[in-house]
Design a protein around this ligand. Structure first.
Ligand code: BGC
Ligand code: NOJ
Length: 794
């Protein structure tokens, strides 16, 4: 089977050896508020804080060819023009390699005895990308050639940049000073930020006007200046500002030259914006240029980045007999959790960065993947999220990272949302032991003066469910639950309406969700345990437990279909996810949540539900969301039935929810089933890279299901709740390291005998040899700071 690359575990890198991957295989750079997306051919873009409002590089999602535009270096060597990353010229290279590492990407190309090695990274503490370009003459003759840099600026708002041309084509402004090309569109009025692209040596020519550099009828693959070996020294006025430097270089055989480029972003105080009329204050840009003027400075910054990631990833290390498991756990899954936490669902090669901000449910779930890595940031995120809640417990479905304010375009009404706040907070406290967060004063809808404690926010989250029960005592679904394509109050026959925000019929709705019911029982129990641990009023704890018990009874009474848990009741009170249904007889979400909540376990319901999931939902590449897939549009069900069979929420393998079944299996002690389900969705175990299409090192939101045209084809890689949920599944349910309020519970459920786990937990460092008998044993390790080496027999 064709391979496009391989893992380099020792360096925590994925090495791509063929640039023509079946889809751009990307990486992310940045750890604070300056972020970049970079593909294996150096395509992509960067932004500061907000992918929509502070976009620095322009990117065309729907371009043909795909993934054109990025940070390009062109080499003109005689009549040959090539790029180290192969694109955009696509001149065949003698050698190509792209190494995606933790927060950096290194692209190396070699052609006709000239090697170009470009290291891209976002240094810690700076709002910029650093590109270190090292050129080496690997031949036997002296070489004279030219090097060009190139980026294209976005006019900041990534949305209007693609729409409002009557204005945009007149606003572009640049400045050129020293070795730096500045992009200052709109800086003279309301913006206090500009971008720049500089280099640590004097250039021989430059361009800032796209048409001059590329030519009206050329593409990125054939810029007219590069073909001619010239620069236009153009100064952009409107149209499309770009930045390109030219260097005329000569290298003796064996000799190297290194150039350091900095692509940065600067904010200035209003009173410090200008040094003279129209002349921008460049002090901060200069300081950033000075910080990366030498190779030694770049080495130091790069080493600092390595230390950052090494320190994080050393917090959980498994050594087992299965390399695919180890590399997933030790490197890529945790890395993806971090990236997903930073970006939520905003910017990937499937998310345009202009649509969505931070999701309430999404961001809470993402916490589960990073609380052990960056607890302080998790803490802040919880407060930010809770601040977008309403006094009745409902909440904004999304908020914008720039303002942290709830997003009015989307509003609220997704009835699973409030419960995720309990989920995220409990995960955080179990990891950190920081019960103090519960006393934080947090406003409603960001309105000063409305503050109550975070604990009160959790209470009203819980109450929001009990305040909104339907005819069977099950939670009303509202606009939708976790599956935001199951739109039971939408009833849309108008293609111009959004399924996500339209509710044409809500009055008297009987639409109830078994997924929320399972979530409520599971989170309600955790909530009660938390309340108990902090000594809350026993009467209230009792009330919580009674509500949980009532929900369990309701599920057993009206949520069980004979062989599995129902999915929902629709507007009219008719069953969804029942054997009675013509299509969509069984759904994964309720099997996952109700088995995680162990509803009816004693009566055998969980085992039956898990068996049914195996029998009806499992296929070669994972568990599909529902089956049989909907073959026609059901106006009563909404977006789910708008997808062709086998894709997305209509019987795709929605990887996010597979871990729910995996955890359910582990809770039922069914190690073989849990492990098999896990391996199917985990990319490191996937053999056919061409079929999978997207990156073989990260999870996808969706893999095409058994009813699709090409089962096994992956989509929507990178930003997905799958990252956090597979992390929770593998670290807690399979490998059995479960953080508790007062220690670690070791309870493995995986068909692997002995393995070692090194786990930092608060101020403790555990080095555990786990001898897993496979009989479901468990050992509680009370928390104690310091280093501890333990042999654990389970
Ligand atoms: C997708 C969902 C997504 C929703 C909100 C739908 O089109 O299928 O997966 O959550 O949009 O963005
Ligand atoms: C992706 C969304 O981000 C998430 O909120 C939702 O739960 C899933 N799709 C399932 O529809």
């Amino acid at each position: 089977m064709k391979e496009y690359g391989h893992f380099d575990d020792a360096h925590r890198e994925y090495v791509i050896t063929d640039p023509a991957t079946p889809w751009p295989w990307i990486n992310y750079m940045g750890t604070e508020d300056f972020f970049s997306l970079i593909s294996n051919t150096a395509g992509g873009y960067c932004f500061c804080k907000d992918a929509k409002f502070r976009r620095i590089l322009r990117y065309r999602y729907n371009g043909v060819p795909m993934d054109d535009g990025g940070r390009y270096y062109y080499i003109k060597d005689g009549d040959t023009v090539w790029n180290p990353g192969w694109k955009p010229c696509k001149t065949p290279l003698d050698f190509y390699e792209c190494r995606h590492g933790m927060g950096y990407t290194r692209v190396t190309g070699e052609k006709d005895g000239l090697k170009a090695d470009v290291l891209f990274f976002v240094p810690i503490g700076h709002r910029c990308e650093v590109h270190r370009v090292k050129l080496t003459n690997t031949g036997v003759a002296k070489k004279s050639f030219q090097l060009y840099s190139f980026v294209e600026w976005c006019l900041w708002n990534a949305s209007t940049d693609m729409e409002n041309f009557q204005r945009n084509l007149s606003t572009g402004q640049v400045e050129i000073e020293g070795n730096v090309l500045y992009h200052k569109t709109e800086y003279r009025e309301r913006r206090d930020h500009y971008a720049f692209f500089g280099v640590n040596r004097k250039f021989d020519g430059f361009d800032t006007d796209r048409e001059t550099f590329i030519g009206m009828y050329n593409g990125f693959n054939a810029p007219q200046q590069v073909l001619a070996g010239t620069s236009g020294n153009s100064v952009a006025h409107g149209w499309s500002p770009v930045a390109s430097h030219r260097f005329d270089l000569t290298l003796e055989p064996g000799a190297s030259e290194e150039l350091i480029f900095v692509l940065g972003y600067v904010e200035n105080l209003p009173e410090e914006k200008f040094v003279a009329p129209q002349i921008i204050n460049k002090a901060k840009a200069q300081a950033m240029m000075d910080a990366f003027a030498t190779g030694a400075q770049v080495d130091a910054a790069f080493a600092q980045l390595r230390v950052f990631w090494d320190d994080l990833l050393d917090r959980f290390i498994v050594e087992s007999e299965v390399p695919e498991l180890d590399r997933t756990v030790n490197v890529w899954n945790q890395y993806q959790c971090m990236i997903t936490f930073f970006f939520s669902r905003s910017a990937s090669y499937f998310e345009s960065g202009i649509g969505r901000g931070m999701g309430f449910r999404d961001s809470n779930q993402d916490l589960a993947g990073i609380v052990h890595l960056i607890p302080d940031r998790a803490r802040q995120r919880i407060i930010d999220i809770a601040s977008t809640q309403f006094p009745d417990g409902g909440c904004y479905h999304q908020y914008q990272p720039l303002t942290k304010r709830g997003n009015n375009d989307i509003g609220g009404g997704f009835n699973d949302d409030p419960l995720w706040l309990i989920f995220g907070t409990v995960a955080y406290i179990r990891e950190t032991g920081d019960f103090g967060i519960l006393n934080e004063q947090v406003p409603f809808d960001n309105k000063p003066g409305t503050e109550v404690s975070l604990l009160d926010h959790l209470k009203i989250s819980f109450k929001h469910v009990t305040d909104n029960l339907g005819p069977h005592g099950l939670p009303l679904i509202g606009r939708a639950d976790w599956n935001d394509c199951l739109n039971l109050n939408c009833f849309s026959d108008n293609p111009d309406e959004s399924f996500q925000t339209t509710e044409n019929k809500t009055e008297g709705s009987k639409a109830e969700s078994l997924m929320i019911a399972g979530l409520f029982v599971a989170e309600g129990r955790d909530f009660a345990a938390l309340l108990d641990r902090i000594g809350e009023d026993p009467a209230y704890v009792d009330e919580v437990l009674k509500a949980v018990a009532a929900m369990e009874s309701a599920v057993k009474k009206d949520g069980w279909d004979g062989g599995w848990f129902l999915r929902a009741y629709d507007y009219y009170g008719r069953k969804i996810g029942s054997d009675e249904c013509e299509e969509g007889k069984i759904f994964i979400e309720s099997q996952g949540w109700c088995t995680m909540a162990r509803i009816g376990a004693e009566e055998g319901l969980c085992d039956k539900a898990l068996d049914s999931a195996k029998k009806y939902l499992e296929c070669e590449h994972g568990l599909v969301l529902n089956t049989p897939a909907y073959t026609k549009y059901f106006i009563d069900y909404g977006e789910i039935s708008s997808y062709p069979q086998g894709y997305k929420e209509n019987a795709g393998i929605f990887c996010h929810n597979n871990p729910w079944v995996i955890i359910g299996e582990a809770m039922a002690g069914r190690a073989e089933d849990a492990w098999r389900h896990y391996k199917k969705i985990t990319p490191a175990f996937t053999k056919d890279q061409a079929l999978r299409k997207v990156e073989p090192y990260v999870f996808c939101q969706m893999v095409a299901g058994k009813d699709a045209a090409k089962p096994g084809e992956g989509k929507n890689s990178w930003l997905t709740g799958t990252a956090a949920w597979t992390w929770k599944a593998v670290s807690e349910a399979l490998l059995g390291i479960k953080p508790q309020f007062d220690g670690l519970l070791v309870e493995p459920c995986i068909p692997i005998g002995t393995y070692r786990i090194r786990r930092r937990f608060r101020e403790a460092e555990y080095d555990l040899i786990i001898r897993n008998s496979g009989k479901g044993g468990k050992v509680f390790i009370p928390y104690k700071p310091g280093k501890q080496t333990l042999e654990v027999d389970c």
